[in-house]
Design a protein around this ligand. Structure first.
Ligand code: GBH
Length: 450
């Protein structure tokens, strides 16, 4: 089998600021909602915090060297808003800008393309005190912040994403309460979603005024398959997909929410000002797709919003986060996006899995065959979608490093590079070596058995 990935296909890796940086007070940084969340007793597994995390803030040169060694062509990372604007708005902190400027220079000096996410969940705490994403002014706060970083970095950064996974922000942050700010209120969910999308639109507008390259939105997609051919199960899968998968892309690209949402939210569904969609619906240069797993869904008489209708697959492999390993779902996802939204360039902005890693063996090897297998299967699934004609520009593995898996702390390791959280030593796992070979051979190794 001849495996061809398109010329210029970008092979890279991804991280997010709060999950790796540490240094929460360095060089004038202000607090974010995550600094608060982790220091609220009872919210974090094992009392974990991101106070040190991977200490990437002080070790970024080592981490860039590691990326270079693995042959990475692109690195997707996020900016900490409260490093740059400690009060969320107004005064710019030169120390915060300097850190990211140095990181960008270091990447470029090593021939690695920076891809920046503006918001990966760490809202400045001061803005939360003003209502956070529930405040309609949040779109203006976000656009002002975005403009500052566009002006600072657009000369060196060619690919920008506004918001990472609006679904996760609203569902986990405002319905389940497992992520900051930890609210549990159905009525807040659609309001937050809407303001996130208004903020996304406002940032894209700002980009068209000051930026010269590409900007897009990053969403998590999890295809929903009915458990049986029954009409009830098909309807359940359909509703679940409208809620998780179509909600944000429909708003951003089609200018309205899926009609199913009104029924899903019932009396919690707000009236939206139609003019808002002129702001939300901005031409985008690409969509970033984060894919981890699928869901098999059955009829859901109650609590389906909280995933009550998901059926466990007894024959399947599950990762440490209890997500089914299902590579075909990535092909299906990429084809679904093209079918529903037309031909728009796509990146896989995250894909990966947490598995338990054995201790370091003789010679410093860390054998993680399940992660390697996951990578191979999912890269082949990307290739299959490319063969079907989907315009896919790159793939970013989640994640470069083991890191703070949000409220699950350091208990779930997604890295292709192992991090010893006592010594902070980095050790590439076998999966990193495999990925490095995949990059070096532009995918050809994927056709060979592991
Ligand atoms: C991403 O979100 C984040 O962007 C990243 O920061 C994080 O570290 C990484 O994934 C790993 O978690 O059937 O209820 O278990 C993940 C988005 C949404 C993917 C929920 C898995 C499973 C839902 N996730 N989904 S459930």
């Amino acid at each position: 089998m001849a495996l061809r990935f398109p010329d210029g296909f970008l092979w890279g890796c991804a991280t997010a600021a709060y999950q790796i940086e540490g240094a929460p007070e360095a060089d004038g940084k202000g607090p974010s909602i995550w600094d608060r969340f982790v220091h609220t007793p009872g919210l974090m597994q094992d009392g974990a915090t991101g106070d040190v995390a991977c200490d990437h803030y002080h070790r970024f040169r080592e981490d860039v060297a590691l990326m270079k060694q693995l042959g990475m062509q692109a690195y997707r990372f996020s900016l900490s808003w409260s490093r740059i604007l400690p009060e969320g708005a107004g005064r710019v902190n030169p120390g915060g800008l300097a850190f990211y400027s140095d990181l960008i220079d270091e990447l470029l000096a090593h021939g690695i393309e920076p891809i920046i996410t503006l918001y990966h969940w760490d809202l400045p705490a001061v803005l939360e005190d003003q209502g956070g994403w529930l405040n309609r002014a949040s779109s203006q706060w976000f656009a002002d912040y975005a403009r500052i970083v566009f002006e600072a970095f657009d000369g060196r950064v060619k690919t920008w994403a506004t918001i990472n996974e609006p679904w996760v922000i609203s569902h986990e942050g405002y319905l389940r309460g497992t992520l900051a700010p930890g609210h549990r209120n159905l009525f807040e969910v659609p309001l937050v979603s809407h303001n996130l999308m208004r903020a996304h639109g406002a940032a894209v507008q700002a980009y068209r005024e000051v930026g010269h390259h590409a900007i897009g939105l990053v969403v998590n997609i999890e295809p929903k398959y009915p458990a049986t051919p029954s009409e009830a199960d098909a309807a359940a899968a359909h509703r679940a997909s409208a809620y998780m998968n179509a909600q944000y892309l429909d708003a951003a690209l089609l200018g309205h929410y899926p009609p199913e949402l009104r029924e899903i939210f019932g009396e919690a569904w707000p009236e939206h000002d139609p003019a808002d969609f002129d702001l939300i619906r901005q031409p985008l240069d690409f969509i970033g797709v984060n894919y981890y797993t699928r869901a098999v869904t059955r009829r859901d008489d109650h609590d389906w919003l909280l995933q009550a209708g998901v059926v466990r697959q007894t024959q399947a492999t599950y990762s440490e986060t209890h997500w089914e390993v299902f590579a075909q779902g990535l092909t299906d996802t990429l084809e679904w996006v093209r079918e529903r939204y037309g031909d728009i360039p796509l990146y896989i902005t995250e894909n990966g899995a947490a598995f338990f890693d054995p201790p370091k063996a003789e010679g410093g090897r860390i054998r993680d065959p399940l992660r390697t297998d996951y990578l191979q299967k999912h890269l082949l699934a990307v290739h299959a979608a490319i063969t079907q004609g989907v315009d896919i520009r790159g793939y970013m593995v989640w994640s470069l490093l083991d890191n703070l898996e949000w409220s699950q702390g350091y208990s779930k390791r997604f890295g292709i590079v192992h991090v010893n959280f006592e010594t902070l030593e980095r050790t590439p796992k076998d999966s990193a070596r495999y990925y490095a070979q995949a990059i070096a051979r532009h995918g050809a190794i994927l056709a060979e058995p592991l």
